[in-house]
Design a protein around this ligand. Structure first.
Ligand code: HEC
Ligand code: HEC
Length: 96
């Protein structure tokens, strides 16, 4: 991780409301994340997990899990964006 990315994560962690972080534990990441970049400009996690229309839908075992509604701002059926405090995925989600 670059210093810039580390600084960004630190800032995001500080911005995250403590109550929210404690209310529900973020699920661990069940797959390797080597090579999945999470920076201000690019976020490889979103290639698989940015599926707002699939939230609440049926899902076969092993299929990608859509990031939940809590991570978005805007209407889920109208191109919502990941909320700023949720962009640094790996500051909350850790590999198993
Ligand atoms: C190539 C597609 C892909 C990419 C890229 C990817 N994931 Fe995943 N992710 C999956 C799939 C598929 C599952 C479901 C695996 C399973 O259920 O066994 C999953 C599961 C998860 C889960 C578990 C959700 C739950 O409810 O248990 C988390 C958390 C997660 N990924 C976070 C991340 C993060 C953070 C990144 C970026 C660092 C990332 N993923 C990148 C495909 C991907
Ligand atoms: C501020 C901490 C935080 C950040 C940052 C964060 N998450 Fe989460 N995530 C959570 C929590 C807490 C949950 C479980 C409660 C909920 O649904 O909000 C969760 C749940 C999930 C789930 C499981 C959804 C399900 O239905 O089981 C996935 C997938 C996920 N997050 C992906 C991501 C991705 C991708 C990113 C980056 C774009 C990300 N998260 C950033 C805290 C976070």
């Amino acid at each position: 991780m670059t210093h810039r990315a580390a600084a960004l994560f630190a800032a995001l962690s500080l911005a995250m409301p403590a109550a929210l972080a404690q209310a529900v534990a973020p699920p661990a990441i069940p797959h390797p994340i080597d090579g999945y970049l999470v920076t201000r400009a690019e976020n490889n996690c979103l290639e698989c997990h940015d599926r707002p229309r699939d939230i609440g839908g049926k899902r076969a075992k092993g299929q990608r899990v859509p990031a939940p509604a809590s991570h978005y701002v805007g209407r889920l059926d109208a191109r919502p964006e990941i909320a700023g405090g949720y962009f640094g995925c790996t500051s909350c989600h850790r590999p198993r």
